[in-house]
Design a protein around this ligand. Structure first.
Ligand SMILES: O=c1ccn([C@@H]2O[C@H](COP(=O)(O)O)[C@@H](O)[C@H]2O)c(=O)[nH]1
Length: 276
């Protein structure tokens, strides 16, 4: 998906919501366990109920890989079911030497070999340029680099002073020499909203994937105040807050209600910033 198509989706849906498909088989409604692939059935119903409100979906690979072959099948079925006009992000947080990254890229971007063709993948930056460029060989695909995460542990490395600012700032500056804002995004946690002003100095045009609202305590309002650009520039994720909003037969309706609340707040922010 191109940057122009992404911005068009945002303007059309008045939303920059990403629903995180962190689907845990132990947390889904019990009645779904009768289906041949309960996790896919759950995802399918969540997608059907929210697709007019979301501009992205983000399955987190851990929730699928932890279930072995069955999990991989649920992930493949979900990848193939996701609407083509909505950004699909695999939150895999990969990073390795070049030939290994080639194979991670194939796994998540090459439908012919793996059955999956996500639009974007999250990547850790710490092995440097040759660990990231293999993903960029796939035209039209996005790389989303972990810059400043929502975790408490972000203090351990990301805030190390390099003598020329924090390490996360160096990550953003350096990565922006590898590709343009039409191919690269950064992960910045919603729990770090005051740092968004600083991040925008280094990444004025990049879209930021922002997890950490809801369960992790980040504020959507603050993220928008400090991080929104003229093109919006934000994709804000909520996983548990949406997908586990209900636990009965009507779980998809409950998910929709949560997504709608977020979409309405997002619409107000987009109007306030003059994006729409
Ligand atoms: O800094 C980061 C990077 C990734 N994540 C991921 O986002 C979702 C958040 O889920 P919630 O249930 O909305 O808290 C999850 O997949 C994380 O692995 C993050 O939280 N922070």
């Amino acid at each position: 998906m191109s940057r122009a198509q992404l911005i068009e989706q945002i303007k059309q849906k008045k939303s920059f919501l990403c629903a995180g498909l962190d689907t845990d088989i132990d947390k889904i409604p019990e009645f779904l366990l009768e289906y041949p692939d309960p996790v896919f059935e759950f995802n399918k119903r969540i997608i059907d109920a929210t697709k007019d409100l979301c501009i992205a979906y983000k399955p987190n690979a851990a929730f699928y890989e932890s279930r072995g072959l069955k999990g991989l099948q649920s992930l493949i079925s979900t990848a193939q079911y996701l609407p083509k006009d909505i950004l699909s992000i695999i939150d895999a947080k990969r990073g390795d030497i070049g030939n290994t990254s080639d194979n991670y890229a194939k796994a998540f971007f090459n439908e012919e070999t793996s059955g999956m063709s996500f639009d974007a993948i999250t990547v850790t930056p710490y092995m440097g340029n040759d660990s990231v460029t293999p993903y960029l060989k796939y035209e039209g695909k996005w790389v989303i680099i972990l810059a400043l995460t929502s975790s408490v542990g972000s203090q351990d490395f990301q805030y190390l002073n390099t003598g020329d600012g924090y390490l996360y700032e160096t990550v953003i500056q350096k990565a922006n020499t590898w590709a343009g804002a039409d191919r690269l995004m950064f992960v910045v946690g919603a729990t770090k909203s005051t740092e968004f002003t600083d991040i925008r100095k280094h990444a004025p045009d990049n879209f930021l994937l922002v997890p950490g609202i809801g369960a992790q305590g980040g504020s959507l309002e603050d993220v928008c105040k400090y991080g929104m650009t003229k093109d919006c520039g934000l994709i804000v994720n909520s996983s548990r807050g949406i997908i586990y909003a209900g636990n009965g037969e009507d779980f998809a309706d409950a998910a929709r209600a949560e997504a709608l609340k977020l979409q309405q707040q997002m619409q107000a922010e987009l109007e306030r910033a003059g994006v729409i």
